[in-house]
Design a binder for this molecule. Structure first.
Ligand code: PLP
Length: 377
């Protein structure tokens, strides 16, 4: 892309509808496409489960900001992960972090239990642990950075070297570090993945997932085929909501990052908080690596380890008035969540961990709200 990301995003990739000249992107909602007089497809479209114009438009925007050779949108982040894993050979060795978004981990563990993949886990942020887990050979190395829900940071450049030496592909889940701050493909990843439900959309009004590839290889066509056959393409209306959301991605990211930094600094030494986990703080173990690969701020995701235990953290997460008690992240509205209640026994997340997705509200209201939730009465 030969222009600044912010310009590209604000103008939705400069794609003007040729039929109407509409400046706002249209929604083309159709299941099927008429053929021309020669019985050929008119614009390459045949059936909406295969590909469709509004989804293509959203893909072009993401392809541009990722610096990708190609991009595919799915109807959820998990659908994209499923397609990527399905395109691996039977019994492929997948290397993944032991701390990551638990839904992806659970899916990988299910596949490993069925024998379709073997799974080797590493401690995120620990280079030697990653090197050991990859060993001499692997098929896919999965990195999530910063990683849910302790925001540990993995060095993408290092992971790329390790993956390459083992003839593996590197996929980076940058859901919490969108391409305005982290350019995973330029840092060495083969695939960049995002739950588009989160920062890319930014308004908590659709679910979607996206995979972008640095250089198209045969596996990529396999991934496209899985999407087509499973029917997991992002539908037109959701693609349109995503396009609309992405037009403000850059300024939303800046606002979330500024608010989160103010909150992290305020609560870092708070009497009711054991630790604030936020890669933007100098005290975070991954701060230096994060600073080198999150070039435009650290975003809105952080966790508090609340003093006390399970009950104290759950009570705090239930008392906020501005932070909405809900799962998900990356929207304009701030959310709070007690992760142990959500993840249950599937992971060993700390029982006193409360996750915050900081939005774009006035930071004074956000800080006051958390103060009251931590000091009831
Ligand atoms: N990766 C990360 C880091 C996530 O936070 C999530 C969802 O919370 C996913 C993947 C899965 O995405 P989706 O919920 O859109 O399927």
């Amino acid at each position: 892309m030969d222009e600044k990301q912010d310009t590209w995003l604000a103008q939705a990739g400069h794609i003007i509808d040729e039929t109407t000249g509409s400046v706002a992107p249209p929604i083309v909602s159709t299941a099927t496409f008429a053929r021309d007089a020669q019985y050929d497809m008119r614009n390459g479209y045949m059936y909406a489960r295969y590909s469709a114009p509004t989804t293509d438009h959203a893909e072009q925007i993401i392809k541009g900001i990722e610096g990708a050779e190609d991009t595919l949108l799915f109807n959820s982040g998990l659908s994209a992960v499923v397609a990527l894993l399905e395109a691996l050979p039977m019994g492929a060795k997948v290397v993944a972090p032991e701390v990551m978004y638990f839904g992806v981990l659970v899916w990988m563990q299910r596949q490993a239990a069925k024998g379709t993949i073997t799974l080797s886990l590493y401690k995120p942020g620990d280079r030697a642990s990653l090197e050991r887990a990859v060993g001499d050979r692997a098929d896919l190395v999965w990195v999530e950075t910063p990683a849910n829900p302790d925001w540990s940071v993995t060095d993408i450049r290092h992971a790329a070297q390790v993956a390459q030496a083992a003839s593996a592909s590197l996929a980076v889940d940058g859901t919490c570090a969108p391409p305005v701050t982290t350019q995973a493909l330029a840092l060495g990843a083969d695939y960049s993945f995002h739950s588009a439900t989160k920062y890319l959309n930014g308004h908590s009004d659709m679910t979607g997932g996206v995979l972008s590839v640095k250089a198209v290889r045969p596996e990529w066509e396999d991934i496209r085929e899985v999407r087509k056959l499973q029917g997991t393409i992002l539908p037109a209306f959701e693609a349109w909501l995503l396009i609309r959301g992405m037009r403000t991605l850059a300024i939303r990211w800046d606002a979330c990052s500024a608010n989160a930094m103010a909150i992290a600094a305020h609560f870092e030494n708070h009497a009711r908080v054991d630790r604030v986990l936020y890669p933007g703080l100098g005290s975070h173990s991954g701060h230096d690596v994060a600073a080198s690969q999150m070039t435009r701020g650290f975003g809105g995701m952080m966790s508090f380890l609340v003093k006390g235990g399970f009950a104290d953290a759950l009570a705090m997460a239930s008392r906020t008035q501005v932070f909405v008690p809900a799962t998900s992240l990356g929207g304009v509205e701030s959310l709070i969540e007690h992760r142990k209640t959500v993840e249950g026994d599937a992971t060993d997340v700390a029982p006193n961990l409360v996750r915050l997705s900081v939005g774009i509200e006035d930071p004074i209201n956000l800080i006051e709200d958390l103060e009251k939730a931590l000091r009831p009465g």
